[in-house]
Write a protein of this length. Structure first.
Length: 220
């Protein structure tokens, strides 16, 4: 298989498995998505989806959010972890949205990255899922898959994002990154990995990954 053959096989397989792609985080507009993505850092989508209704019942827009104190926000979101940093970020960015953007979430990644507690990945998720602007947010699942499939060297997520954008057509980035997240969770997890179920890695995966898998399997 050439690299292009591997890319085509990956896209085809993901399209067959995930013709309709569910968005992992529950939200109703760009603001609630921004808050949910911020809360998901070093947490799980399941946990965040349990907590966001409690927070959004109190405040689902910047104007309502700044009427809550940082301490009140922290108490609500405590179960998702890192609540001191996240509560300050939520309150701070809400105030900035009011002061600079009339309460609206900007569509530019660069402007989003200027907000408190908003990094490149969070900004990329918001522009792609809320505004349909092509972006390729790289989470741990995508980073792992890009390495296992031989599409990136696995050194860091910055390089992984560059490689993904270089290899895959821009018009499918927004769907593809979600398909890869679901595939990583269901077929190619970091733990409890079963290569027999992982059709993409077993077909196109880099030899070092496959050899290591089989060595580990034999030693059990």
């Amino acid at each position: 298989m050439t690299k292009q053959d591997k890319i085509n096989f990956t896209i085809k397989t993901l399209d067959e498995l995930y013709p309709k792609i569910p968005i992992p985080l529950d939200h109703k507009d760009p603001y609630t998505l921004l808050i949910a993505v911020l809360m998901s850092a070093q947490s799980t989508d399941v946990r965040v989806n349990k907590i966001t209704p409690l927070l959004f019942e109190r405040a689902d827009n910047p104007y309502s959010m700044v009427r809550l104190s940082v301490e009140e926000i922290r108490e609500i979101i405590r179960p998702v972890g890192l609540s001191p940093m996240k509560s300050k970020g939520i309150h701070g960015l809400s105030q900035i949205l009011i002061d600079k953007y009339k309460g609206e979430v900007p569509k530019e990644i660069e402007l989003l990255e200027e907000l408190p507690a908003v990094g490149h990945k969070t900004a990329s998720v918001v522009v792609s899922q809320a505004f349909g602007i092509p972006a390729f947010p790289v989470d741990t699942h995508i980073h792992r898959l890009m390495y296992r499939w031989g599409f990136s060297n696995g050194k860091n997520v910055v390089q992984t994002e560059k490689d993904a954008k270089r290899l895959f057509p821009k018009e499918i980035w927004n769907n593809l990154h979600l398909q890869m997240i679901w595939y990583g969770r269901e077929y190619s997890p970091a733990r409890g990995w079963d290569l027999e179920k992982d059709i993409i890695t077993s077909t196109i995966g880099r030899k070092t990954v496959l050899n290591e898998y089989h060595k580990t399997k034999k030693s059990r």
